[in-house]
Design a protein. Sequence first.
Length: 95
Amino acid sequence: MLKLNSKIIRDYLESKFPSSKLTGYNSQEMTVNSLFKSDSKKHMSINMETGLWQDFKSGRKGNFFHLVAALEKVHYRQAEQLIIGRKNQYHREKD
């Protein structure tokens, strides 16, 4: 499995949820509206360091790539490829 640093996870999530709320110890948790159930309350929590998430409204949960797959409406392997592309771009910009 692809190993990611928290910067890549954080950048991706902040781009997808620009008006999200950061909570928890050292602001490691992001709370957002459910992706799977229509609701105006923030029932989904995402750990910004690990990418692990849980949607308390629908009961769904998973790792970072499961979340990317759901957000992008692609298969898991395609989600990995999208993030690999972002990771490579991040390293090119950093150099």
